[in-house]
Design a binder for this molecule. Structure first.
Ligand code: DLL
Length: 441
């Protein structure tokens, strides 16, 4: 299928014009159809007619996850139920799920942004996708599925889990592209390694990974072991699902936000005012074109920053990898830290395997340190034992743990106690998102 991606290359003034037109139409649409937003506009003393340009966006109210919960299940929908084509929920594990609805047009839009994303990841019409995202109320499986079909790919809807079968079918069917969470890609890579299958025997060329934060350390492991370009796909069900932003396989390091549909802002987590361009804060997104459940200034709770890449192929703004969700921030003796920063810090120690868990240690209801359980690379241990000519594994491992603790202290400024485990001994991701923070001790 020939897809038209020209909108990705619009000049900035044309893009702003398009966003302005879409925002003013959206606000009018909500003023007519949404009791929720009508109430919000009244509260803020805004008349939809005064929103003429994308710059007026800061006059609009912010929408929070709690608003979706309060209006459970369908209170924010702006079309009658018989105009819906699909319903999904967010993957939150606490409280009521947040429900999202799609019209036929919305499903088409969803497929289009995922097709764009897959193309940016290196996938092309005629290739085969091994889709190991969960199918179900989670948006990952069906989202990637429809996008891949739209691009003209074939899809194996294998869903997550049953890792041995995943590897069997990759070897038998020889797909070029895989998608799943980065932590599940590591589990699949381990299964290949355990069977003695090297990267050059694996057909995969591109891995489209997201749904949870990940760092360059994990990218490096996946690229080396699966022989792929691993790129980052970001999204959330409230906005559409996967395909809000995507890395290009020849650029990497940051992801284009498909801002003709999803207008991004970065707000200060406390003042809720825009931060200066380029600074870190909470990503807030307005869905410019959705029909069944459009959202104004949705507070994603994800921490990132925006930038323009002068060397990038497209003109749209990019976002840096998500540092974490504001909820996942740990405060260790007053230092704010996200798990991804700890992952980045220990990536500087050779021999680390990125399978790890963090357990906050509390004293008088304050987090004073972190216990870290982490794996060590088998080959690294064997190599080191030959070089130092000793069997004293305890001393070697003790020193290795110390280097990790020192690196984290130096880079993140917090105290940790690291416990080293043999490779493949800690629980692995069995499909889907992984939670690396364990219950407080
Ligand atoms: O995770 C949608 C998705 C599916 C994205 C497949 C990418 C691939 P939810 O279940 O609603 O939707 O969870 C959304 O997951 O607010 C982030 O906190 C996190 N998240 C998603 N993608 C990334 C990513 C899907 N690439 C929540 N990097 C978001 C970091 C991510 N965090």
């Amino acid at each position: 299928m020939n897809m038209d991606f020209s909108v990705e290359y619009l000049k900035l003034d044309q893009l702003r014009q398009l966003q302005s037109e879409r925002l003013s139409a959206l606000v009018e649409y909500l003023g007519e159809r949404s009791d929720f937003y009508k109430g919000k506009f009244n509260e803020a003393g805004i008349s939809p007619k005064e929103i003429r340009s994308i710059e007026d966006i800061s006059k609009l109210p912010i929408t929070y996850k709690q608003d979706l919960r309060d209006n459970y299940p369908f209170g924010l929908f702006t079309v009658p139920k018989n105009e819906l084509q699909r319903i999904h929920c967010s993957s939150g594990t606490t409280g009521r799920p947040t429900v999202v609805g799609y019209t036929k047009e919305d499903v088409d839009l969803f497929s289009e942004v995922v097709a764009r994303s897959l193309y940016a990841a290196g996938a092309r019409a005629g290739m085969q996708l091994h889709n190991a995202y969960g199918y179900g109320i989670f948006t990952g499986g069906l989202g990637l599925h429809y996008g891949a079909e739209k691009l003209g790919m074939s899809v194996l809807p294998i869903s997550g889990g049953m890792t041995t079968r995943q590897v069997d079918l990759i070897m038998d069917f020889k797909p070029e592209v895989i998608c799943c969470s980065p932590s599940y890609a590591l589990t699949i890579a381990d299964e290949f390694a355990n069977r003695g299958i090297s990267a050059d025997e694996i057909s995969l060329k591109y891995a489209v990974l997201g749904s949870e934060p990940w760092t360059e350390l994990i990218r490096h492991h996946i690229e080396e072991r699966l022989g792929v370009h691993a790129t980052n796909i970001y999204g959330l069900s409230e906005i559409i699902g996967p395909g809000v932003s995507m890395e290009d396989f020849e650029e990497k390091g940051g992801s284009y936000i498909w801002e003709d549909h999803f207008y991004p802002e970065i707000l200060d987590p406390v003042t809720k005012q825009p931060v200066p361009f380029g600074e870190e804060g909470v990503l807030v997104i307005t869905t410019l074109t959705k029909k069944a459940m459009p959202l104004l200034r949705y507070w994603t709770n994800d921490i990132t920053s925006l930038y323009y890449d002068d060397n990038g192929k497209r003109n749209m703004v990019k976002m840096r990898p998500i540092l974490g969700r504001a909820d996942d921030m740990l405060i260790v003796r007053g230092v704010n830290v996200y798990p991804s920063q700890i992952e980045e810090a220990f990536s500087h120690v050779k021999g680390v395997v990125p399978n790890y868990y963090l357990t906050p240690v509390e004293k008088e209801q304050m987090c004073v340190a972190l216990d870290i359980d982490i794996e060590i690379d088998d080959d690294f241990v064997k190599e080191a034992q030959q070089v130092i000519n000793t069997d004293d594994y305890t001393i070697f491992v003790g020193n290795f743990g110390k280097s990790i603790e020192n690196e984290i202290k130096k880079r993140v400024g917090i105290t940790t106690k690291v416990k080293i485990h043999a490779q493949d001994s800690l629980p692995k991701c069995e499909g889907g998102k992984i939670n690396r923070i364990l219950k407080k001790k």
